[in-house]
Design a protein around this ligand. Structure first.
Ligand code: F0G
Length: 473
């Protein structure tokens, strides 16, 4: 059969509230043109993130009832621990409430002011946690990642020569090496096992610990199976074990490939490091057998981690992402290729070429998509990763992407068709769209709370009617 069906059927439904275009324009204006500031009930299709937004299976709901809420030594922890040990191969498992808590705890032990932490590409919370500790987060994506139209199969890879050069010149300041699978910030692109082997070798050669951010480990393993010839006949479990056997530990936000609504963990080999992490864990997260989670959360993660490795599920997941990406491409929308699995990324710089990167084409696009059809998407460009210079202008990010992240097991084909149609309508009026400016922003992770304002057709900010030079080319 050519048609790939969802490998599940619906048992419970959640109603979507329909809004009009005029209502959405008003909602957006009130939210300072920031989609993180909009109420979820005012969103019709929520592609903001694939994190914590999965639909749980009947098996997960059943496991939830088994949750043991004892303060210490709950049986749910031991089921969780055993599952993580079996899948990832690390003996020590420390639960935390989500991925960034894992980052804060692990980095808190290892990163000192002046340190440099290389990665294929740091996710925003990873970068923020390193910078908060006075370290420098360095992205070393492979060259192919910089071309959104290159069909290189492993655009998530790290640039090995750049890593070697960094270790040679600034090695003393490197506390550890990281790699994120899949590489979320460059378009959800996978990392090959070969690349992880090379990173692991360099880590050993220079005596550095090596940690994997495992948020989307099973999607990465599935793409390895289908793109890296040596692994074509291997199971997802085998590929995952092979990858993690090359590292000293991992951190995971279970809100992605754990198919859970909340949770995460740190898994390690080193007992001394684990003990220091546990001592800090108890101060802010909770006792070492629950780490800020309910016993029932630990149960749902234990089931979810295995369901996320099911090949029928992964096949459907890839087919859904591909369906959306192909539909957009056929409609003439520039999307990052090859499509990953957790999201489809639109190249906003190419879709809105008359808006310069410093005037936030991605932010404009997410706003227009919301107005068009009630879609919530996420800017991954200058609003998220750029910086405001001393003169108030924007230092642009490396890319201007808009991410349509796909919650797991939530939306169906008609939702994707609806989104494709809306993107096409925005594309048709792209020439008339102007850029945006930042009205206010916090010092870190600015995209969550910054307020924006659109420029009008003559290049003036609606909030601040001072002429903004060269806003539109
Ligand atoms: N690492 C990666 C690769 C991530 O994508 C995320 C979160 C985290 C760490 C942090 O995990 O949210 O559980 O604290 N990514 C979400 C996203 C928020 O939308 O991509 P968390």
């Amino acid at each position: 059969m050519k048609t790939i069906i969802e490998p599940f059927r619906t048992k419970v439904v959640e109603a979507i509230k329909f809004t009009t275009r005029a209502e959405r324009e008003e909602i957006l204006k009130k939210a300072g043109y920031n989609l993180f500031q909009i109420k979820a009930e005012d969103v019709m299709v929520d592609f903001l993130t694939d994190s914590g937004t999965s639909a749980m299976s009947s098996e997960q709901w059943a496991a939830l009832m088994r949750g043991d809420e004892s303060y210490a030594g709950c049986s749910s922890y031991f089921r969780f621990e055993q599952t993580v040990q079996e899948i990832f191969g690390f003996p020590i498992v420390i639960p935390v409430h989500q991925g960034r808590a894992a980052e804060r705890l692990l980095f808190g032990e290892l990163v000192k002011p002046g340190h440099v932490v290389p990665s294929n590409t740091h996710f925003d919370t990873t970068r923020a946690n390193i910078e908060f500790l006075g370290g420098e987060a360095v992205d070393l994506p492979c060259q192919e990642a910089k071309d959104s139209f290159s069909d290189f199969p492993f655009k998530g890879n790290m640039d090995i020569e750049a890593l070697r050069a960094l270790l040679r010149t600034r090695g003393e300041s490197v506390p550890f090496i990281m790699v994120t699978v899949t590489n979320n910030a460059v378009g959800g692109q996978p990392v090959s096992i070969e690349n992880v082997q090379e990173i692991s070798q360099l880590a050993r050669q220079f005596g550095k610990p090596f940690f994997i951010d495992a948020a989307r480990f099973s999607e990465n393993a599935y793409l390895v199976k289908h793109r890296e010839p040596a692994y074509g006949d291997k199971s997802i479990g085998y590929i995952a074990r092979e990858m993690f056997s090359l590292a000293d530990g991992c951190m995971m936000s279970a809100k992605k490939d754990g198919l859970a609504n909340m949770g995460g963990f740190i898994a390690l080999k080193n007992e001394e490091l684990a003990n220091s992490v546990r001592n800090k864990l108890i101060i802010t997260e909770g006792f070492s057998t629950y780490g800020g989670l309910n016993g029932r959360d630990l149960e749902t993660i234990a089931v979810g981690l295995r369901e996320a490795m099911d090949e029928d599920y992964l096949c459907y997941r890839q087919a859904a992402a591909r369906y959306l990406a192909n539909g957009l491409r056929e409609a003439g929308i520039p999307v990052v290729v090859p499509s990953g699995m957790h999201a489809v990324y639109i190249d906003a710089k190419k879709m809105l070429p008359n808006i310069e990167p410093s005037y936030l084409p991605g932010q404009r696009l997410v706003c227009e998509l919301y107005i068009e059809c009630g879609l919530r998407s996420c800017e991954i460009g200058t609003a998220m990763f750029g910086r405001t210079r001393a003169d108030g202008s924007q230092e642009p990010a490396r890319q201007e992407l808009v991410r349509l992240a796909l919650p797991r097991r939530v939306y169906g084909q008609s939702h994707y068709d609806y989104v494709i149609e809306a993107c096409q309508l925005v594309q048709e009026r792209s020439q008339s769209l102007t850029g945006m400016t930042i009205v206010s922003e916090p010092p870190l992770l600015r995209h969550f709370t910054a307020k924006f304002a659109p420029l009008n057709a003559t290049g003036e900010s609606e909030r601040n009617p001072q002429r903004v030079e060269s806003a539109c080319r």
